[in-house]
Write a protein that binds this ligand. Structure first.
Ligand SMILES: [Zn+2]
Length: 110
């Protein structure tokens, strides 16, 4: 709920800065490891955007997969869950590099 509100705030700020008057579509990036349920955002968006510039906008959600850089392997590897071991060497010396994204990527405006 709070998150959906902040998305609408971002759209409003952008509208103020760029001078558009209506938003047709909002492209969101919600990483697979971000703990955010896209369905929950879709569910709240209609109610929260009502009466704002974002009212009636279509939400498009991209889900970048989890990715980590494995130190021992010296390579990026896919990561299904945050604390999974490396699929190549089974180790845990990994740095998360993708999958936690949570942002408004693009607005389709008029
Ligand atoms: Zn590894």
């Amino acid at each position: 709920m709070a998150l959906t509100r902040s998305i609408v705030d971002v759209i409003r700020d952008q509208a103020g800065a760029q001078g558009f008057t209506a938003v047709r579509a909002v492209r969101l990036e919600i990483g697979a490891l971000s703990h955010v349920e896209p369905a929950a955002i879709l569910f709240c968006f209609d109610a929260i955007s009502r009466g704002t510039i974002a009212e009636g906008a279509r939400l498009e959600v991209e889900r970048p997969p989890g990715r980590a850089f494995c130190m021992p392997c010296g390579a990026p590897v896919p990561l299904a869950q945050r604390y999974d071991p490396c699929p190549l060497c089974g180790g845990h010396q990994m740095v998360l590099v993708g999958g936690e994204e949570l942002r408004v990527m693009e607005l389709e405006v008029e």
